[in-house]
Write a protein that binds this ligand. Structure first.
Ligand SMILES: Cc1cc2nc3c(=O)[nH]c(=O)nc-3n(C[C@H](O)[C@H](O)[C@H](O)COP(=O)(O)OP(=O)(O)OC[C@H]3O[C@@H](n4cnc5c(N)ncnc54)[C@H](O)[C@@H]3O)c2cc1C
Length: 468
């Protein structure tokens, strides 16, 4: 399928196109610095990234996407592609370039017969989950409803259904992608299979995805929610052991951190080490309650909000205007024993950030059954994902917290040297290579060269085109 309608703007144009040039070209809204909506439109989830795009183009359809990509290709301005704006490295914005903002494209076409859905990439995980949840169906995304379908899917997607149904990309059946030459391609196992392989984990390197086709799964009532336990070495190791031993219906996310002053936590708990855990048993809620019982028994919970619920309820309302600044690292661990648990508690205690967290996600299950080379997410045998972060307020403290997180990651490092691309915050080449180990990297670069030879899509965990 092709909706190519090249703009007539040539290379003689200035690096940042004028607002009137842009407004003439697009069906969607062009938001320039003189627009009262500009401040809000240039804001992304993470704070500390105060960038000023020349314009934000809130594209209305695939034709708009194609025209903006063509324009960026011809004129040469920096193009930031944004779906939900949650990039840990701030790739959804640019200083002086143009933002291709997909947030106006939220169409969703559900096919109840074959349980599939075409979803535009301006949808968030929460919006998608609520819409398909009406039918008792779901595709797994991450732990946060406001994350965009675009970014999370293209990086892999690790969430509450990871052990039961795999990564988000394991439910991806097809996509429509505008490549660097402005063409809209239908990609799946038969059509452009190299590109279909590359976009399942390769991030935004290969083009702008306008919509995805997902397999939906029957996930209606679940047993799950939040459980807050005291974080001692025994409880941390016990939690991980239980999560590893649990049936794959259960996926868990354990945030080891100091207790924030949450109203439902007694005041004497505030500032104490806790595990703020989120658990989802995607199966019969009565079975789920039995499976989750050993977690509840690890220690007397500070808070227990586990209950039968409909799956979309797992995405709780989020705080408006929350834009944290964080120093973060992502890695995989082979095991969490007592000494690792003690190290985690020591390092969290040593952080001078306003909040420090170690997030542990036990993997395995359906995710681990997919061959490592079937998609560009090659970490199928990785056992536990660990995300380390220090949140802070003063920009001048950046170095302190970056040093803390770098040292912390070095202390925890085990044999698994991989990294999950979607959580890479401090993006250096070594970390990108860790996300795409060995043969994956070598296979990705020629695909990049084929579909984006000039590296137009470079505001991402970048895979440079192969020169061979
Ligand atoms: C609070 C929070 C919670 C998170 N939880 C999870 C989690 O549980 N599991 C998990 O796997 N990840 C999680 N993430 C990481 C998240 O998946 C990545 O940050 C993801 O890239 C965000 O996607 P986005 O569309 O919101 O971001 P954006 O900033 O809009 O985009 C991120 C990247 O993807 C590219 N991109 C986005 N849309 C498209 C598109 N349609 N076509 C081409 N390229 C595109 C962008 O160019 C950019 O490089 C979380 C992040 C945050 C901030």
């Amino acid at each position: 399928m092709t909706t190519k309608k090249r703009s007539t703007v040539t290379k003689a144009k200035p690096a940042s196109p004028s607002t009137s040039d842009l407004r003439a070209l697009f069906n969607g809204r062009v938001i320039a610095p003189d627009d009262p909506r500009y401040e809000q439109a240039r804001t992304i989830f993470y704070g500390g990234m105060d960038r000023h795009p020349a314009a934000i183009v809130r594209v209305a359809d695939a034709g708009d996407v194609s025209r903006l990509v063509s324009l960026a290709y011809e004129v040469g301005f920096e193009l930031a592609v944004r779906s939900g704006g949650h990039s840990n490295a701030g790739y959804g914005t640019t200083d002086g370039g143009v933002v291709l903002d997909l947030s106006g494209m939220k169409d969703l076409q559900i096919n109840l017969e074959d349980k599939t859905v075409w979803a535009e990439t301006g949808l968030t995980a929460g919006e998608f989950t609520a819409a398909v949840g009406i039918h008792g169906l779901a595709t797994g995304f991450g732990d946060t409803g406001s994350v965009g379908l675009g970014g999370i899917t293209l990086g892999g997607g690790v969430g509450y259904l990871v052990r039961k149904y795999g990564l988000t990309i394991d439910s991806l059946l097809a996509a429509e992608v505008v490549t660097a030459d402005g063409q809209l391609l239908h990609v799946d196992d038969e059509s452009h299979p190299d590109l279909f392989w590359a976009i399942r984990g390769g991030g935004g390197n290969f083009g702008v995805v306008t919509r995805f086709k997902f397999q939906l799964h029957e996930v209606d009532m679940i047993f799950g929610g939040m459980l807050i336990l005291p974080a001692t070495p025994d409880v941390i190791t016990g939690f991980i052991a239980e999560a590893e031993a649990a049936p794959e219906e259960l996926s868990t996310i354990a945030n080891v951190m100091t207790a924030p002053p949450m109203p439902f936590l007694p005041a004497d708990i505030h500032g104490k080490p806790i595990i703020m855990a989120f658990l989802v048993y995607a199966g019969d809620p009565a079975d789920g309650e039995r499976v989750i019982a050993p977690f509840r028994a690890l220690a007397k919970p500070y808070a227990d909000m586990l209950k039968p619920m409909s799956y979309p309820e797992i995405y709780q309302p989020e705080q408006e205007g929350y834009h944290p600044v964080a120093a973060g690292r992502t890695m995989f661990l082979d095991h969490v024993d007592r000494s690792i648990a003690e190290t985690i508690l020591d390092r969290l205690n040593a952080s001078t950030g306003s909040m420090a967290v170690t997030q542990l996600r036990v993997l395995g299950g359906a995710m681990a059954r997919v061959p490592a080379d079937a998609t560009t997410f090659a970490h199928r045998k990785s056992r536990i994902m660990a995300n380390l972060a220090a949140l802070y307020e003063k920009p001048e403290e950046k170095e302190t917290h970056e040093t803390w997180v770098t040292d912390f990651a070095a202390t925890l490092r085990q044999d698994d040297g991989g990294a999950y691309v979607n959580f890479l915050a401090n993006v250096d080449q070594a970390q990108i290579r860790a996300a795409y180990p060995g043969g994956t990297w070598d296979r990705l670069r020629p695909v990049k060269a084929k579909y984006d030879p000039t590296n137009l899509f470079r505001l991402n965990q970048n895979i440079p085109p192969s020169m061979d």
